[in-house]
Ligand binder design. Structure first.
Ligand code: DP6
Length: 329
């Protein structure tokens, strides 16, 4: 196979990944649990040819910047090494959501790239293998290989073979909704990779974060499999605030929220006081993802829409794992 196109969906962590046990293989210091998001996806085509002198990368129909091209090229080296090929590639990738909104595009991007590039290189990889490769691109991408509710294992091995994700339950296991409140379209100042390194190197809370991760994972695993919405929601908010407390406690402290982010958090807690079960989670950026049940989707959307500074909402349900859209010899 010389050409392949794959699609992968973004995901949101309910129990957060923050910190690495090894940077060169991108091995996480803690496991994580996520839900794959139906509404947000990346579609990526990879074409290997001996006629091209270098890798080229197009993002949303425009040439990618140097830094992105290098990151993709380093990722392709892993695939080339495994496939024993030397051809350079043309990679065209497009998101169905605005990249500038900071909605964790690296997760869907590297999951789609992992499947498209390995297929184009003639490899027929297992989902576990795809997850391992995707992790090398971005830790959260390892989870986007799978649909529904997914657990990423931190693994024990030095070579990272066990630092992979695995599905906990399929997308149709539980119809929950995630209402995403966009509060800023500006690119964030400190990305996740740099942010987690800073927390590890400078926060006195970091050892406690790593030591207590397993408890959070096991509580979430149980709550999810029992469809205990209250517990899932409470644990999601807890893990989110715990991660941000860690980021805030570094030197310098990392502040990913803006004022509107805070307003949304308060609005979510207000909804709960009125008997509407809604819970927030936030990644390394200012957008807020609100978890609710289908019967409360409209009420949650109406409440969030009214908050000044909320630019728009995207509502989604659990989505499927990475899949091929086409391949050509
Ligand atoms: C806050 O997966 O973007 O979204 O492995 O360095 O690429 P790298 O980091 P990335 O980090 C995600 C951090 C997070 C929490 C999460 O998704 O678990």
């Amino acid at each position: 196979m010389a050409q392949a196109t794959a699609r992968a969906h973004s995901n949101i962590a309910l129990i957060k990944y923050w910190g690495k046990r090894d940077s060169s293989l991108n091995l996480p210091a803690v496991g994580s649990i996520s839900v794959t998001l139906d509404a947000l996806h990346t579609t990526t085509s990879v074409h290997f040819s001996s006629e091209w002198p270098t890798d080229r990368v197009e993002l949303n129909q425009a040439p990618a910047d140097e830094k992105t091209t290098q990151r993709v090229s380093r990722f392709l080296d892993i695939i080339r090494q495994n496939a024993h090929i030397d051809e350079r590639a043309l990679v065209s990738s497009a998101n169905n959501f605005p990249t500038a909104a900071g909605l964790a595009s690296s997760a869907s991007a590297f999951a789609a790239l992992s499947l498209a590039a390995s297929t184009a290189a003639g490899l027929s990889a297992s989902p576990a293998q795809l997850s391992e490769w995707a992790r090398r691109g971005s830790g959260s991408a390892a989870r986007s290989i799978f649909g529904g509710f997914v657990e990423m294992h931190k693994g024990q091995r030095a070579d990272g073979r066990d630092a992979i994700a695995e599905p906990l339950a399929a997308a149709d296991f539980w119809d929950v909704r995630i209402v995403i409140a966009i509060t800023s379209e500006q690119a964030k100042q400190t990305g996740s990779t740099g942010g987690m390194e800073q927390s590890k190197n400078s926060s006195v809370y970091y050892p406690a974060w790593v030591d207590t991760a397993e408890e959070d994972l096991s509580a979430m695993r149980n709550a999810l499999l029992q469809k205990d919405f209250t517990r899932v929601g409470e644990l999601s908010e807890y893990s989110c605030l715990k991660m941000h407390a860690l980021a805030l406690s570094g030197q310098p402290g990392l502040l990913y929220w803006n004022g509107v982010t805070m307003d949304v958090m308060h609005a979510v807690r207000n909804l709960r006081r009125q008997g509407i079960e809604a819970y927030f989670t936030i990644d390394a950026g200012p957008q807020v993802k609100v978890l609710c049940l289908p019967e409360h989707q409209n009420t949650v959307e109406e409440a969030l829409q009214q908050i000044p500074g909320v630019l728009r909402l995207i509502t989604t349900r659990p989505g499927t794992g990475a899949h091929l859209l086409g391949e050509k010899a």
